[in-house]
Design a protein around this ligand. Structure first.
Ligand code: ATR
Length: 276
């Protein structure tokens, strides 16, 4: 019997998860397919019920459902509850279990480059859904200070209070400084815009973006002169690796998943007119 996995989100047509997971499933000889399901907000409840009804083995969850999906599941792991977002659902004998692997993706993306988080001062741009996993990861990694900047200050303040970190006004961004800066807004996705002034990178050593299309965002281009840079596919790859382990109980072929992601993003950049 073929097992079925997939991703639910909206939009989902450009998702890189099918390419990454299908390659890994095939390589390990697992009889399963991974599809993309576009699910509108108003259909989320039915879609979740559908996982059970169709006996789908597991799904990745992406924008805009990561938070809304929580009350619809049978069990939600403690970390996902703290982050307030689920990006992975596993169907175990008809019960749906929710997890979050995004924060592990953030940590791994930094650690693989030998970047130490403990005792470091980290600046995060953005206070939306994606920022929550980033903040949680840095807390777990032992950062000394986490400073949040967000266009809407109230959101930064609320997030900072929840995770015991600091929020500073958007207008003061040009004075930002620290060891690591992480871009966690949607700015720069399919555009050559950066949410931060290019002068600030001299105040940092490492710059990471969670946006991966284009791969080298304006944020990373500006950062490159002064900082070690980490592109958005690193986090995507490692959240996918952890997700694959939850889906199958097996270690995936990481190098193959990586290769597939970069090839696919290059194709998408070409289609959209980015790149070399
Ligand atoms: P996600 O789940 O991707 O984080 P989100 O919850 O809608 O999506 O959050 C988007 C983030 O990008 C927010 O931090 C948002 O800032 P606001 O809270 O002020 O809306 C940020 N963002 C989006 N467009 C932006 C822009 N043009 N300039 C600065 N920040 C922007």
């Amino acid at each position: 019997m073929y097992r079925v996995f997939g991703i639910i989100g909206d939009p989902v047509s450009h998702s890189l998860s099918p390419v990454m997971h299908n390659a890994a499933l095939r390589e390990l000889g697992i009889r399963a397919v991974y599809g993309a399901f576009q699910v509108k907000k108003e259909h989320l409840k039915e879609a979740i019920e559908g996982i059970k009804a169709l006996n789908i083995s597991g799904v990745s969850v992406t924008i805009p459902h990561k938070e809304a999906v929580i009350p619809l599941l049978d069990y939600v792991d403690e970390v996902a509850q703290k982050i307030g977002a689920v990006n992975t659902i596993v169907n175990r004998e008809g019960k749906l279990w929710g997890y979050n692997t995004d924060w592990l993706g953030v940590l791994k993306a930094l650690y693989e480059k030998g970047i130490e988080i403990r005792e470091k001062r980290v600046v995060i741009i953005g206070a939306g859904g994606a920022s929550r996993a980033v903040v949680y990861a840095l807390r777990e990694g032992g950062a000394k200070e986490i400073i949040l900047y967000n266009r809407t200050f109230e959101k930064a303040k609320a997030l900072a209070e929840e995770f015991s970190c600091k929020a500073l006004p958007w207008e003061e961004l040009k004075k930002a400084e620290g060891d690591i800066i992480i871009q966690a807004t949607s700015v720069g996705l399919k555009s050559m815009e950066s949410p931060v002034p290019s002068e600030i990178f001299k105040n940092f050593k490492v710059a990471m973006d969670i946006v991966y299309l284009p791969l080298k965002t304006k944020f990373l281009q500006d950062a490159e002169k002064f900082c070690k840079i980490i592109d958005g596919l690193r986090m995507l790859l490692y959240q996918g690796v952890e997700q694959f382990k939850l889906f199958t109980g097996l270690n995936p072929p990481v190098n193959l998943m990586e290769k597939m992601l970069y090839e696919e993003v290059k194709k998408m950049e070409k289609e959209l007119g980015f790149g070399d």
